[in-house]
Design a protein around this ligand. Structure first.
Ligand code: GLU
Length: 560
């Protein structure tokens, strides 16, 4: 039996030849320099910040260069499959404005380079595995789990690199041993399970200095010096399904991916991919191995974000808390490109896509993720979104994630006015961070959520009822801000409080307190909090009835 006959024994026929596939998926007709990128998530149901981080790089590279960005579903690990996971991936990314040009969509595949779901591509992988078999670059291997463990023990005892490689699987050299050849033939015919392994050309167990190396382009890390692979890596599993390694090489070649953006956890397998590309006679894509997302842990040390400990790893966290996608995008760019913040500071109003994202400015060591920083970025991002737009966005968020806030959206103009408080001042107030926080921030406007949270200042607590009565008597909703405050001053002096804080500071023995203590009482009665945007503005938004009603109710409460 020769290689060709072995290949034929394993795969008696294929619907297409490798050449036909090459013709079916020709080089893309794109302008010079256009990049083709892809996201290849596994449908595990958990879509995380790392996916978004990578997707962002993919999206920017493709769309900045006039290229294409596609979605491929990598479901070769069937144990991990979760119902509706694909819909979750698509909608989560769309929420953050990550949109694909082709690939899997909610309504089937779009594009000429599909099928875009790996489990539908079995024939393609088997065709190329057949090609490697024919060329003597792969072989069927019948080693059982137990045999593989035995191999490992022997290798450990002999201090050799573990794995199946030259010398460790008799099936590798089947053509040199008649009995093995007969065994292979018989077992294939009998339908015994086997895997297909790459027959690596690398020399095992040579020192790092002696091993041959390949220069591989990485757009983030520069040129990588990749040692020869010598492992006979599995390319097709017993189930007939390819491993990640094989699927990556076949798909990224046939789908004409120019830039493979993926996590740095794949760096150790790069030697395998280099050998596979070479064996198949294909050009390597440019890799972009992104750094792990890290955070400062409880002990002050950097650590990887963990699914178990860090809810903020899940993209769902940002949606359910109601982070505006523009803020998350803005923040991601600050961790993705070291020159982004400087660019943003120079032009706070520029559309985010005007920034020229580059892989060279990406960090190759851990990227630090910090929720506090995200909150800061969010505050300034929201300042640039019109209040009415923000109000509409909040309503959508509430419908999807927090229907209990329905009452907030009864009067959208009023809501916009609440959101806009202090945002046009010379030094704009940046109070708004994310939807749940905003619901809390404006909660005092609504009887449904109004509660008195703070205590009256000690200096004025005893006079609270008197202050509120005097306030109610003189209150005129049509007063402007100046007139209104003048009345509070007068009321303060009448009740024995200094009209100016500095007078009280100078002569504390002459006053009970100052105008600030008096207005704090009013503020707390109206809003329940001692700290808030401009009180006059708040009252104008609340309306006269609510103002009078709250003050009256508080006077009643105090006199009981
Ligand atoms: N399916 C792989 C993963 O989820 C994708 C890696 C790649 O982008 O090549 O890690």
């Amino acid at each position: 039996m020769n290689n060709k006959e072995l290949a034929h024994l394993i795969y008696p026929s294929h619907p297409h030849t490798p050449e036909e596939y090459e013709a079916m998926y020709p080089a893309r007709d794109l302008p010079e320099g256009a990049m083709v990128t892809r996201l290849g998530p596994s449908p595990t149901g958990f879509i995380h910040l790392g996916n978004l981080y990578g997707a962002f790089v993919d999206e920017r590279l493709a769309h900045q260069s006039g290229g294409k960005f596609f979605l491929r579903i990598e479901d070769t690990d069937d144990k991990r499959f979760v119902e509706n996971a694909v819909e979750t991936i698509i909608s989560s990314l769309a929420f953050f404005d990550i949109n694909f040009d082709e690939g899997v969509t909610e309504n089937g595949d779009v594009g000429e380079y599909g099928d875009y779901t790996q489990s539908h591509r079995g024939e393609i992988y088997r065709t190329f595995a057949g090609k490697l078999l024919e060329e003597g670059l792969a072989y069927p291997c019948f080693l059982s789990e137990e045999e593989i463990s035995e191999v490992r023990e022997q290798q450990e005892a002999a201090k050799l690199t573990p794995g199946i490689y030259a010398g460790w699987s008799k099936y590798r050299d089947w053509d040199k041993d008649k009995s093995v050849e007969e065994e292979i033939c018989a077992r294939i015919k009998a339908g015994d399970p086997f895997v297909i392994r790459l027959k690596s050309k690398g020399v095992p167990n040579v020192s790092a200095e002696e091993t041959s190396r390949h220069i591989v382009k990485d757009a983030i890390r520069g040129e990588l010096s990749v040692p020869d692979n010598f492992q006979d890596t599995v390319i097709i599993k017993q189930t007939g399904i390819p491993t990640y390694h094989f699927a990556h090489v076949v798909d990224d070649h046939l789908m004409r991916t120019t830039h493979v953006v993926r996590g740095e956890e794949w760096l150790p397998s790069l030697p395998i991919h280099v050998e596979l590309f070479e064996d198949l006679g294909w050009e390597l894509p440019i890799y972009c191995h992104t750094a792990q997302l890290m955070k400062i842990g409880e002990d002050g040390n950097k650590r990887k974000l963990s699914k178990r400990k860090d809810p903020e790893l899940s993209l769902d966290y940002y949606r359910s808390q109601g982070y505006h996608p523009a803020a998350v995008r803005e923040y991601l760019l600050t961790i993705l490109n070291s020159n982004y913040e400087e660019w943003r500071a120079a032009d706070p109003e520029a559309p985010i896509d005007d920034f020229k994202f580059t892989t060279e400015k990406m960090s190759s060591s851990g990227a630090l993720f910090d929720l506090n920083k995200l909150n800061d970025v969010s505050k300034s991002t929201l300042l640039h979104i019109e209040a009415s737009e923000l109000a509409a966005w909040l309503r959508k968020w509430s419908e999807d994630y927090a229907p209990e806030f329905e009452y907030v959206f009864k009067d959208m103009d009023k809501l916009a006015a609440m959101l806009d408080m202090g945002r046009h001042d010379a030094r704009p107030r940046a109070d708004l961070v994310y939807a749940r926080q905003i619901m809390d921030f404006i909660s005092y406007f609504f009887d449904e959520s109004f509660t008195i949270e703070d205590e009256y200042p000690q200096e004025a607590a005893a006079d609270a009822a008197a202050i509120l009565k005097a306030y109610l008597d003189t209150y005129d909703h049509s007063d402007d801000n100046g007139q209104w405050f003048e009345k509070i001053r007068t009321l303060s002096t009448d009740l024995g409080y200094a009209a100016k804080p500095k007078d009280f500071k100078k002569h504390p023995e002459e006053y009970k307190g100052h105008v600030g203590h008096v207005s704090a009482v009013i503020r707390i009665a109206l809003m329940g909090r001692s700290n808030s945007p401009d009180l006059w503005t708040i009252q104008q938004i609340m309306g006269e009835d609510v103002v009078r009603d709250r003050i009256k109710r508080e006077i009643e409460k105090l006199s009981n």
